[in-house]
Design a protein around this ligand. Structure first.
Ligand code: NAD
Length: 539
């Protein structure tokens, strides 16, 4: 038990390194990229700290050179799923009874290892395995993840200190911030190494044990994270890692009565299917599982006639195409008034003409390949739809060497078309030009066109227009940007998450999220209990 209430270091955002030509950090990362690209790593499941090589493997290839295998991932079968659930259940008591500051110590150490000796390893793995440029890897795998760990430790301490303010005479009231009464199932997407690690570790920080199913396409980076967490001293059985096709793992795990919660980030359809399964099993659980899911988006940029066309064009290009549009927050539908369109069109075309696409090991590339063949084929279909519209730039894809989809800007004729309303999750930005007198009507179109509400941005210099849009689009985005691109949320500054079909909006890396992994117990202690059952009014 704790015998002190230590403070936790005040978190600050991890500084983003520049990797400028000639810098030592660039040379060091390039050495690590060469090392990792020359290896084929065997990646096991990890159950109660034991590496489990099932022999049933899938190859992980570089998206930018899909003939290049970087890892073989060993998939779990029913026996591994069963062992993992037992490990999580058996490890729960010891982990949750550990003094809270000991758990905090593990994750503060993990953050420092990531910012130090593991930085190149995790960044290189993210670049090779998920096709991120150096800048995209750095802001995700190094900085955002270190921020998640440090800020969560700080928030957790704050939550523990949250106690009932009032005590009637003769009694003392306390809140005990217990973990959930069952294991947490963490299921992560391919696109952010930081999210992948945060999904299992946020519940673990609060004293829960976890079964973590990462996306196979992110295995190279996730394996580095498993090694990092071991080096940080995370005890065996706290985070058990299972690889496999989503439903193969989820179906048996969600059927377990011990399930305490789901921490999911990924597509809306998968989240809804998991929620449905939980609903069907509801009578069999030992408790009501907490369900947290951050899901898809159709993120917008809406420009007012008073907007700065230069800032707007840069936001479209950066917000739409960085990491090949595979950020859940990426700008995907844009509304531009006709007075600004000629200039915005030329500026976007100019920038897109200069943008280089290729292997992330070549640091002059601004964009790379999309994650896998499935994504490539899906994007090719949307490019097919775009052929019937006005393609401003891009429009092609090439899958021979890597899964390359050209950054594409397409002007559509119908603001409600599929290109304007469906999540594409690739480097395809759809744009509608509206008559400048129809700003108010356009705000309604922005609000009502898609079922999602993740991120959105408005561009305007007119303060009345900014105020009007902020109110009109109140429900249209969980993260709303004024005169900035809708991507790049920073932990501790812009808590992240969306509403409507975009998720439960529990704001990753913020106290809101941590609270979902805690089941408080209220304790009232009475010092001198009454000894007579009669109240005075009885006479
Ligand atoms: P995905 O839904 O295909 O996969 C996510 C995870 O779910 C993977 O681990 C996958 O193996 C697993 N999975 C697949 N089918 C499953 C099933 N039937 N049951 C249980 N698990 C299953 O998503 P993705 O392609 O990895 O990631 C892209 C999606 O994630 C996009 O929709 C994007 O918007 C979303 N995303 C959202 C946020 C956010 O914060 N809102 C952040 C990142 C990504």
């Amino acid at each position: 038990m704790s015998t002190s209430i230590p403070s936790v270091p005040r978190p600050v955002n991890e500084p983003v390194r520049g990797y400028l030509p000639g810098s030592p950090e660039r040379a060091s990362l390039q050495r690590e990229l060469a090392l990792q690209a020359a290896e084929v790593v065997e990646i096991p499941c990890v159950i109660n700290g034991i590496d489990v090589y099932s022999g049933n493997t899938v190859a992980v290839t570089m998206p930018s050179a899909h003939g290049h295998v970087v890892a073989n991932v060993h998939l779990a079968g029913p026996a591994e799923v069963d062992r993992a659930v037992r490990a999580a259940e058996e490890g729960r008591e010891e982990w949750s009874n550990l003094p809270w500051e000991a758990r905090v110590g593990v994750f503060l150490k993990a953050a420092d290892l990531l910012a130090g000796p593991f930085r190149d390893k995790v960044n290189a793995a993210t670049m090779l395995g998920q096709a991120k440029t150096v800048h995209q890897a750095e802001i995700d795998a190094a900085c955002e993840l270190a921020d998640f760990w440090r800020f969560n430790c700080h928030y957790y301490r704050t939550i523990l200190a949250d106690q009932p303010p009032e005590h009637s005479p003769g009694c003392w009231n306390r809140l005990e911030h217990r973990p959930l009464d069952g294991f947490v199932f963490a299921v992560s997407p391919f696109n952010f190494t930081s999210i992948a690690a945060n999904l299992p570790t946020a519940p673990a920080l609060a004293g829960n044990t976890v079964i973590w199913k990462p996306a196979t396409t992110s295995a190279l980076a996730c394996w580095q994270l498993v090694r990092l967490l071991r080096a940080a001293g995370l005890p065996d059985g706290v985070v058990n890692v299972l690889w496999g096709h989503g439903a193969d793992i989820a179906t048996p795990v969600l059927a377990r009565p011990e399930l305490g919660g789901i921490h999911f980030t990924g597509s809306t359809g998968v989240f809804q299917s998991m929620w449905r399964t939980v609903g069907e099993n509801i009578a069999s659980y030992r408790q009501y599982p907490r369900i947290v899911g951050e899901t898809g988006g159709k993120d917008f940029i809406a420009a007012h006639p008073s907007a700065d066309p230069v800032a707007l064009a840069v936001a479209i290009v950066r917000g739409g195409f960085e990491y090949q549009g595979q950020k859940c927050s990426a700008a995907s539908r844009v509304y531009v008034p006709d007075n600004l369109w000629p200039e915005v069109r030329e500026r976007c075309r100019g920038m897109m003409g200069e943008m280089k696409q290729g292997d992330p090991r070549d640091f002059s590339n601004f964009v790379s390949a999309v994650i896998d063949e499935r994504a490539f084929k899906k994007h090719a279909q949307y490019l097919g739809l775009a052929q019937a519209e006005d393609i401003v730039a891009g429009g092609h894809c090439h899958g021979k060497e890597g899964w390359y989809v050209e950054p594409t800007l397409v002007r559509v004729a119908d603001p409600h078309s599929r290109l304007m309303s469906e999540e594409i999750f690739g480097p395809i930005v759809s744009l509608f030009v509206y008559p400048e007198a129809e700003w108010r009507h356009t705000l309604r179109v922005v609000d009502q066109t898609s079922p999602y509400a993740l991120t959105g941005a408005i561009f305007a210099r007119d303060r009345y227009a900014i105020a009007e849009a902020t109110q009109a689009l109140r429900g249209a985005a969980g993260n709303f940007y004024l005169n900035d691109k809708p991507t790049g949320a920073v932990v501790g500054q812009q808590p992240f998450g969306g509403g409507r079909a975009s998720g439960t909006n529990d704001k990753a890396g913020a106290p809101h999220n941590l609270l979902r992994w805690i089941s408080p117990r209220t304790i009232k202690e009475t010092f001198v209990p009454p000894t007579d059952w009669k109240y005075g009014f009885l006479g």
